[in-house]
Design a binder for this molecule. Structure first.
Ligand SMILES: [Zn+2]
Length: 92
């Protein structure tokens, strides 16, 4: 788990540094990724509030780069999604 987190850190860090984007967003994204690894049934109200605060921070302060993509819902159906490729927030 830690190795995957470090690999994703370096991957995201390389991307973020190479595109000269927001370091605070990178740190918040990594913190959120790590915090979300705790099983849901072990998360209390304060823990969930912290996760929500990080999500709100990302949504508020990220200079979103919204991309449109298709995901496979099943073998015959695809669905269009819009998300930010910096903070991974999905948009309607
Ligand atoms: Zn974003």
């Amino acid at each position: 788990m830690i190795i995957l987190l470090l690999l994703s850190f370096y991957k995201i860090n390389f991307f973020m540094e190479s595109t000269n984007t927001q370091t605070d967003i990178l740190r918040m994204l990594l913190a959120k990724s790590y915090i979300e690894t705790l099983p849901t049934q072990m998360q209390n109200t304060d823990y969930i509030n912290i996760l929500n605060m990080i999500t709100n921070y990302l949504h508020t302060y990220c200079q979103h780069n919204i991309v449109t993509d298709l995901i496979d819902v099943d073998p015959d159906t695809s669905q269009t999604i819009r998300y930010c490729d910096k903070c991974m927030h999905t948009f309607a």
